[in-house]
Design a protein around this ligand. Structure first.
Ligand code: ARG
Length: 414
């Protein structure tokens, strides 16, 4: 698949202070996770998912679970049947605790519900009595064949054969469309995945992102969401200045054309080797990038050529995987003209302030968080500048319910 693996993440370039900060965060997170777990076990509750994504308190938005409730699903219809019976048997009982599950053994029916056990304390009755009272009120209709109370008070539901027959008929009739729902109707979801970098071989983590991302996008589409699959390829940044410099200095068009990605990678590595010997080269690379950003014709043409050659290679890998589809190719370059408004707005709001030698930075109140540069002292932009612009663009253009980034951790350590 033309993919390069890696056996470890190279974090040698992460500044010490930053590393210490994130490690401390991770430790905090870990201990609060285990507290959560303990609490959940003590509560003995049947809560669906523990919230793992903790949003910093300072953020003025609230992370909510994405609610995907589809009334047409059999599971939800059965929950409704049990709920109606519960309301008749115990009008004041908390019906939000109803949960229909798949029993592990088919002797226990097709579906099971432990609501009687969950409510017995509240109702001050033994769970079996509660179960009997609920079951006596259940209207079986033509979907349910029989209901049995098992063990301490589990309600086991057996479906009618006629229902199973008609479902099988539907599967045969609808094929891949079977089970399609409209739970996400009129809601937009952005799934950003794959995001390889131009002029570099795909890493195994890009492959992971591609496959997980495409699977998620397909799943959301099936659930009726208006799903936007986006590829945010890395085609901008100082590395192109280095590559342009290296190509002008040591490159050969014919050689690169024969095996573009490998040859460009060689040039990029050579640049880094040479910088070790002569640190002044770093500035020359940055200078080429600045020129490029300002529209220098030769540099733009070289860049376009790197980009075109890279896509040819990347598409070969996508073709081999099969089924990879993006609604939008929005590489970093797409945001070239969308960064200026973000910068103005950030200044206006006082979020971005002047840093050393005219750079633009974000300074955090928490001194453990390193100052984040937004614009370099030579006026050129950074990765994060484009990411901010991308976020703004997505929020304003699509008003999404969710933005999912399928990024492997290794990627952020590049
Ligand atoms: N191209 C980046 C990399 O390979 C990943 C991009 C992640 N997406 C984003 N919006 N920052 O490391």
């Amino acid at each position: 698949l033309q993919v390069q693996g890696r056996s470890h993440a190279d974090d040698s370039k992460v500044p010490q202070q930053e590393k210490a900060h994130f490690l401390a965060q991770a430790k905090k997170q870990k201990s609060s996770d285990s507290e959560d777990l303990e609490q959940a076990q003590n509560e003995d509750s049947e809560e669906d998912f523990p919230e793992t994504n903790k949003v910093p308190e300072s953020a003025n938005f609230k992370a909510e679970k994405l609610k995907i409730k589809e009334e047409s699903l059999l599971l939800n219809k059965l929950a409704k049947v049990v709920e109606d019976a519960l309301k008749k048997a115990f009008p004041d009982a908390d019906s939000s605790k109803i949960k229909i599950e798949y029993p592990s053994h088919s002797d226990h029916g097709d579906y099971a519900c432990n609501i009687a056990l969950a409510l017995s304390k509240d109702l001050q009755k033994n769970p079996r009595q509660v179960a009997e009272a609920i079951v006596s009120k259940i209207e079986k209709g033509d979907r349910i064949e029989k209901i049995k109370i098992a063990g301490p008070g589990f309600i086991n539901i057996f479906l009618a054969q006629s229902l199973l027959d008609s479902e099988v008929a539907k599967v045969l009739e609808q094929g891949d469309e079977y089970g399609k729902v409209q739970a996400g109707k009129d809601k937009n979801i952005v799934v950003e995945f794959s995001q390889p970098n131009i002029a570099k071989p795909l890493g195994v983590h890009h492959l992971l992102s591609t496959i997980i991302g495409q699977s998620l996008a397909n799943t959301f589409k099936f659930l009726g969401f208006n799903t936007l699959a986006i590829n945010h390829t890395g085609d901008w940044g100082t590395q192109f200045g280095k590559l342009i410099y290296a190509f002008k200095q040591w490159g050969n068009k014919e050689v690169v054309e024969k095996d573009p990605i490998q040859e460009l990678l060689k040039l990029y590595i050579k640049f880094h080797d040479e910088v070790e010997k002569d640190p002044k080269l770093a500035d020359l690379g940055r200078e080429e990038f600045r020129k490029f950003e300002e529209g220098d014709k030769e540099n733009r043409e070289l860049w376009q050529w790197f980009v075109d050659e890279s896509y040819k290679e990347i598409n070969k890998t996508y073709d081999k995987i099969g089924g990879i589809h993006f609604d939008h190719m929005h590489p970093e370059s797409f945001y070239e003209d969308k960064m200026a408004p973000i910068i103005e707005k950030g200044k206006e709001l006082g979020i971005f302030s002047e840093g050393e030698e005219g750079a633009l930075v974000i300074e955090y109140e928490d001194e453990n968080i390193p100052t984040l540069p937004i614009i370099k002292k030579d006026g050129s932009t950074l990765y994060i500048t484009r990411d901010f612009a991308a976020l703004k663009y997505r929020l304003e253009t699509w008003n999404p319910e969710r933005i999912l980034y399928c990024v492997d951790v290794a990627q952020s350590l590049h």
